[in-house]
Design a protein around this ligand. Structure first.
Ligand SMILES: *Cc1c(COP(=O)(O)O)cnc(C)c1O
Length: 459
């Protein structure tokens, strides 16, 4: 064993190895030395455990280069999202429009008037530009932008009802992925939750009966990631607004996704629109920037001027505010909504959601033959109808017809599917599908670059 240890090369001599010079030039001595030390340590452990040298001992410089290349890859790897979920939270939700991407790059390369009012040569407010656009598009009086919709809900509660009771229907106490639960947010904001009604039915009289001296807000939460069907009743925003007015209580709505355009016009299921709630008199409405809106991660709050001012002056706003990249991307995204007739082309989220299934089928027919040639020894390939989903809790029950290429192991062994999906996940640009019913499914709804996909899977 001693002799095995003595075969490990010295760091000094490796650093002089001509094969390592490109790596040294690229990453410097400190990084390369650190890397070689880690390899030495790993080799020692390998000898101790297996009484052999690791396989890569044959070529240390090559192994060092391989490891360095892997470590220099960004942790945010571009992937092919063939999961069938368009707004996939784990894959970064909305893909931004070209306009939004340009706007971000532009605001990064030079100083910008983030909080600077050119007319008065004085301090401006960072939310101004986006607020004006939001008011134009929704009819709201004012707007406030924070880091995400969870932050928006927290800020609305903390600023408007600290130490007071907030009345919510039992059927709307939702949990969104990532441990965002309305009761917990309520506690964090220093509010007391008052649940009214039952899981399936809540009436206006339930809210009325709960109103007491310490009531601060009436709140509605859009049950975006589930649906209660059957014997149900919920109170509309308009009814709640009337009740709120009688008792001078603001009504706030966490809309979750929210869409600024009528989705049914694009053949998609209806989703509540923030402007409808503003028209119904709701005091504040919050929704996400990177769900159906198709923009950057952000929490958007629109509504009554006096209440928005309360949010803007609350200390939490400073902690939850967004940076110039987000504002630039959000402004550019919202500008696209001024021209609804070109929105489908300009906004990737909408383009992907509205791709017609015939188009996807034709694409599947083009993509399948080269894949079949490569994989048909071990798998039988087929084109199968499937259904995509919007994702991010939007319209959870509704599915959009799509087509997938499916891979079924010829010997029926499920382990082959795991193996295949693992191999695809280790590609330079990983391919992410889903395993279901003994098949690996590649839903092509979100496939933009089919040539790149074929190259990746066939190489
Ligand atoms: C998605 C969602 C949230 C959280 O929004 P983020 O932007 O992800 O923070 C909150 N409430 C509802 C109803 C949602 O659908």
């Amino acid at each position: 064993m001693k002799t095995l240890y003595s075969q490990l090369p010295a760091i000094d001599s490796l650093l002089r190895d001509p094969a390592l010079q490109p790596l040294l030039a690229q990453t410097g001595t400190a990084f390369t030395t650190h890397q070689l030390r880690a390899m030495q340590q790993e080799a020692r452990e390998h000898i101790q455990q297996h009484q052999t040298l690791p396989a890569w001992h044959a070529n240390w410089p090559q192994e060092a280069l391989r490891r360095a290349a892997r470590q220099q890859q960004s942790a945010l790897r571009p992937v092919f999202n063939l999961t069938g979920t368009v707004l996939h939270t784990n894959l970064g939700r909305a893909q931004l429009s070209d306009r939004a991407i340009e706007a971000v790059v532009n605001c990064l390369r030079q100083p910008v008037t983030l909080e600077y009012a050119l007319d008065e040569a004085a301090r401006g407010h960072r939310d101004n530009a986006v607020s004006a656009l939001l008011c134009e598009l929704t009819g709201a009086e004012a707007a406030c932008i924070v880091n995400n919709n969870a932050a928006a809900v927290l800020l609305m509660l903390a600023a408007l009802a600290p130490g007071r009771e907030v009345i919510v229907s039992r059927g709307e106490l939702v949990e969104i992925g990532g441990a965002f639960r309305i009761p917990d947010v309520m506690r964090q904001a220093g509010c007391t939750l008052v649940e009214v009604g039952t899981t399936n039915r809540t009436h206006l009289k339930d809210y009325r009966a709960a109103i007491a001296e310490n009531s601060g807000l009436l709140m509605k939460v859009h049950t975006s990631n589930y649906q209660i069907q059957g014997f149900t009743h919920a109170v509309t925003e308009a009814e709640l607004v009337e009740l709120g007015e009688a008792y001078q209580l603001p009504v706030i709505t966490d809309l979750g996704s929210g869409s600024l355009i009528d989705m049914t016009g694009f053949g998609l299921p209806a989703e509540p629109m923030p402007q409808q709630l503003i028209a119904a008199g709701v005091s504040l409405v919050s929704f996400s920037g990177d769900k159906l809106l198709g923009g950057p991660q952000a929490g958007i709050i629109i509504g009554k001027k006096a209440l928005i001012e309360q949010l803007q002056s609350h200390p939490l706003k400073r902690a939850l505010r967004v940076d110039k990249m987000t504002l630039a991307a959000l402004e550019a995204t919202l500008q696209l909504y001024r021209q609804p007739e070109t929105l489908r082309e300009a906004l990737p989220t909408l383009r992907l959601l509205t791709r017609c299934s015939q188009d996807i089928l034709q694409q599947a027919e083009r993509v399948m033959p080269p894949l079949a040639q490569r994989y048909s020894a071990d798998f039988s390939l087929a084109i199968a109808a499937c259904s995509s989903q919007i994702g991010s809790g939007s319209l959870p029950v509704e599915r959009i017809p799509s087509y997938a290429i499916t891979f079924t192991p010829r010997d029926g062994r499920g382990s082959h599917l795991n193996h295949l999906s693992q191999r695809w996940r280790s590609l330079a640009r990983p391919v992410i599908g889903r395993i279901q019913e003994g098949k690996l499914w590649l839903d092509l709804r979100c496939l933009d670059d089919e040539t790149a996909l074929i190259q990746a899977l066939v190489a």
